[in-house]
Design a protein around this ligand. Structure first.
Ligand code: ADP
Length: 646
C-alpha cells in the first residue's frame, strides 16, 4: 500500500512535536480522551433521533487498555467513528481553520513551544510518545472499517480493515517509544500513571472512562489459627471500573455543596493545608457562558514570591482540563486567587478560533476581577478578622499591584489596602481614616519608618499628634510608593509628617518661623557649611516641640525610600549596576530654636567655632539616629559626645 505524505504544514508541526524536548508529553492522553468524548457526544446526539444507533446513554464509554508486554496502549470509544475519507481528511492534515495563526506564532517565537501543553494540538500529540500509531475506526452506519497507520512524519497509510465488531467507534493503538535516559515512555502503561493522569486532566469528562485496576481483598486460607478459625490473607485481583468522577463540584448547585465541601476540594486540588478565607461561585450566561469556582487562600504559599510560583486559574471545557495555569484570567494584583473556570465555549484546540478565545477570556477576566474585588470588600466590611488574615498574607501583593503601571489599578485597589493607625493602634482602611478626620484637618498624615514603636516617638510627628490628628504608620518598604501612586484618597492629599508644610501652622506661625530663619541666618549657614556633603540645608523647624533636631528629606526621595533602594541594591548586587545606589535622599536638618541645644550652638558660634562645628555634627548624628538612619561614622560620633561633655 502506497505511503501518503502529510500536508507540509502538518509535517512541520509533527516534526516540532516529535523532536521537541517538550516536557508535557503526558497531555497526549488528555487529547485522545477528549477526542473520544467528542465522538461519543456526536453519536449520542444522533441516537436521540435515530433508533438504529441501538445504544442508550448509559452504554457509551471510553476504554483504556495497557498491554505491558507488547508496550501498547489502546484508547477506545464507541462514538461516531470515521470513514476512510474522514480518516484521510482529519488525520492527514491539520491545515484547518486557524492553524495558520498557530504556525505563525511558532515561527515568531519557537521557544514558546509550551503552547502545545496549554491548548493541545489534538491527535498529533500521540506522536510525542508513540513510535507508531494505528487508528482503527468504523463510522456510524458504515459496513466497512478502516485502518490508518503512521510512524510520524514519514507519512501514513489507509486500508480497509476486517473488524468482527460491527458497532461504530474508534480504537487508537499506541506503540510506545523505547525508554531513553530522559524519558520513560513505559510509564504510560502503569496503572498508577494512567489513573493519575486521568484524575489530573480528564476527571470530569462526562462519559465513563473504564480501566482495569488492581484491587485487594481478604480471602480465607487453608491454615487455621489456635481457635480453629481459618487464617485470612490479602489477594490482588483486577476489575474494570470507572476511573473518572464525571460531575465536577463547580457544576453542582450551590444548595448541594456545603462550604466544607468546597474547602475540602480546594485543599485537595490546590495542595493547601489551610481553608480558604472565601469561596466565590460564578455562573454566568450571556455573551460568554461560564461557571467558575474561585478561592481566596488564607496563607501565602511558600513559593509565592519566587519565580516558581505559577499563578492562574484552571481552564476546563466540557469536563476536560485544557490549561492548568491560565494567568490571562487574573490581573497581577489578584494572582493569589486559585480556582477553576469552565466554559463550553472554550475550544480544546488552539488551531481553532484562537482570536475568539482571546475575546472570551478577556470578558471572563474582567468579570472575575470584579467578583474578587467585591468579595474582598464584603469580607473587609463584614468579617474583618478574616480579612485581616487574608491581608496579612496578601496585602503586600495588593500594594505592589497599586504601585504597578503608575497606579493604573488604584480605583480597584485603594479601598482594599490598610495601614496601621496611630490612634486605633491597628490596621484601618483609608475610608475609615477619612471618616475620622476632624473638620479643620486638611491632609491624610503619614509617617514612614521601620516599626510602629519607633514611629510613635518620631519627633517630626509631635505637632500633628498634638493637634489630635491620626497618623498612618507606613512600615512596609513599598508603602511610600503606594502613597505616591495614590496621590490622594477621596480628594484628600497625603502628607508626610516630614513635610515642611503640614497645613497646621497659622499664617502668624509661618511668619514667626520665617522671622526666626532670618534672625538666625548666620548660625544656620554655619551649620550647613560645617556639614557640607551631608546636608543640603539647615532650617528652623516650626513643628518640633521637645526634640532638638529632626531630619527631613528635601527632594523627591524620602529617607525611607533611600533605605529601600539600599536593600534593593544589596539584594541585586552587581546586576543592578549601581542603579539603586544613586538613590539618596537630600537631607535637611531642622533645628528647634527653643531648645537649649540651639542656645549652646549659637553661643559656640559666637565664641568658639570649633565647638560650634562639633555641636553641628552632634546634632546631625542625633537627627540620623531618631530617623532610624545609620550613623555614617559611629566612632566619630561617640568621640564627639565625649569631647563636648567632658
Ligand atoms: P480536534 O479534535 O481539535 O479537531 P484532532 O487532531 O484531535 O483535532 O482531531 C481531528 C479530527 O479527527 C477531529 O475533529 C475528529 O473529527 C476526528 N477524530 C479524532 N479522534 C476521533 C475519535 N476518537 N472518533 C471520531 N473522530 C475522531
Amino acid at each position: 500500500m502506497a505511503k501518503k505524505q502529510f500536508k507540509s504544514e502538518s509535517k512541520r508541526l509533527l516534526d516540532l512535536m516529535v523532536n521537541s524536548i517538550y516536557t508535557h508529553k503526558e497531555i497526549f492522553l488528555r487529547e485522545l480522551i477528549s477526542n473520544a468524548s467528542d465522538a461519543i457526544d456526536k453519536l449520542c446526539y444522533i441516537s436521540l433521533t435515530d433508533d438504529k444507533v441501538g445504544l442508550n446513554r448509559d452504554d457509551f464509554k471510553i476504554t483504556i487498555e495497557a498491554d505491558k508486554e507488547g508496550r501498547v496502549l489502546t484508547i477506545s470509544d464507541n462514538g461516531v467513528g470515521m470513514t476512510a475519507a474522514e480518516l484521510e481528511s482529519n488525520l492527514g492534515v491539520i491545515a484547518r481553520s486557524g492553524s495558520l495563526k498557530f504556525k505563525n506564532d511558532m515561527e515568531e517565537k519557537p521557544e514558546d513551544i509550551d503552547i502545545i501543553g496549554q491548548f493541545g494540538v489534538g491527535f498529533y500529540s500521540a506522536f510525542m510518545v508513540a513510535s507508531r500509531v494505528t487508528v482503527i475506526s468504523r463510522a456510524y452506519g458504515e459496513d466497512t472499517a478502516s485502518k490508518w497507520v503512521s510512524k510520524g512524519s514519514d507519512g501514513y497509510s489507509i486500508e480497509p480493515y476486517e473488524c468482527p465488531d460491527k458497532g461504530a467507534g474508534t480504537n487508537i493503538i499506541i506503540e510506545l517509544k523505547e525508554d531513553t535516559e530522559d524519558e520513560q515512555y513505559g510509564k504510560y502503561l502503569e496503572e498508577y500513571t494512567l489513573t493519575s493522569l486521568i484524575k489530573k486532566y480528564s476527571d470530569y469528562v462526562r462519559w465513563p472512562i473504564m480501566m482495569e485496576v488492581t484491587k485487594s481483598r481478604q480471602v480465607e486460607t487453608d491454615e487455621t489459627d489456635d481457635e480453629g478459625n481459618k487464617k485470612k490473607t490479602w489477594e490482588d485481583y483486577t476489575e474494570t471500573e470507572v476511573v473518572n468522577s464525571r460531575i465536577p463540584i463547580w457544576q453542582r448547585s450551590k444548595n448541594d455543596v456545603s462550604d466544607e465541601d468546597c474547602a475540602e476540594f480546594y485543599k485537595e486540588k490546590f495542595l493547601d493545608m489551610a481553608d480558604p478565607v472565601s469561596v466565590i461561585r460564578v455562573s454566568a450566561e450571556g455573551l460568554v457562558s461560564y461557571t467558575a469556582m474561585l478561592f481566596i487562600p488564607s496563607v501565602t504559599p511558600y513559593d509565592y514570591f519566587t519565580r516558581e510560583f505559577k499563578a492562574g486559574l484552571q481552564l476546563y471545557s466540557s469536563g476536560v482540563m485544557i490549561m492548568e495555569h491560565c494567568s490571562d484570567l487574573l490581573p497581577e494584583h489578584f494572582r493569589f486567587v486559585k480556582g477553576i473556570v469552565e466554559s463550553p465555549d472554550f475550544s480544546l484546540n488552539i488551531s481553532r478560533e484562537m482570536l475568539q478565545h482571546d475575546r472570551q477570556l478577556k470578558v471572563i477576566a474582567t468579570n472575575i476581577e470584579k467578583k474578587v474585588k467585591s468579595e474582598l470588600k464584603k469580607l473587609m466590611e463584614t468579617e474583618r478578622e478574616k480579612y485581616e488574615t487574608f491581608y496579612k498574607s496578601f496585602g503586600i501583593q495588593l500594594k505592589y499591584g497599586l504601585t504597578n503601571g503608575f497606579g493604573a489599578s488604584k480605583d480597584m485597589l485603594s479601598d482594599l489596602i490598610m495601614f496601621y493607625s496611630s490612634k486605633a493602634e491597628k490596621l484601618i482602611t483609608l475610608e475609615e481614616y477619612v471618616k475620622n478626620m476632624t473638620e479643620d484637618q486638611k491632609y491624610i498624615y503619614y509617617a514612614a519608618g521601620e516599626n510602629t514603636a519607633l514611629l510613635d516617638k518620631l519627633p517630626q510627628a509631635e505637632q500633628v499628634r498634638e493637634k489630635g490628628y491620626e497618623i498612618l504608620y507606613l512600615t512596609d518598604e513599598i508603602d511610600e510608593f503606594v502613597v505616591r501612586a495614590l496621590r490622594n484618597f477621596q480628594e484628600k492629599d497625603f502628607r508626610s509628617v516630614n513635610d515642611e508644610d503640614l497645613g497646621i501652622e497659622s499664617d502668624e506661625d509661618k511668619k514667626e518661623t520665617e522671622r526666626l530663619e532670618t534672625e538666625n541666618k548666620d548660625v544656620l549657614d554655619f551649620v550647613k557649611e560645617a556639614l557640607t556633603g551631608k546636608i543640603v540645608a539647615a532650617r528652623v523647624s516650626g513643628k518640633l516641640k521637645t526634640h532638638p533636631v529632626a531630619l527631613a528629606a528635601g527632594g523627591e526621595i524620602s529617607l525611607e525610600m533611600e533605605k529601600y533602594f539600599k536593600t534593593m541594591q544589596a539584594a541585586q548586587g552587581q546586576n543592578a549596576g549601581g542603579m539603586f545606589g544613586e538613590m539618596r535622599a537630600e537631607r535637611v536638618l531642622e533645628l528647634n530654636v527653643e531648645h537649649p541645644s540651639f542656645a549652646a550652638l549659637k553661643d559656640a558660634y559666637e565664641n568658639d567655632k570649633d565647638k560650634a562645628t562639633n555641636i553641628s555634627k552632634l546634632l546631625y548624628g542625633q537627627a540620623l539616629l531618631t530617623a532610624g538612619v545609620e550613623l555614617e561614622d559611629p566612632a566619630e560620633f561617640s568621640e564627639l559626645i565625649s569631647t563636648l561633655l567632658f
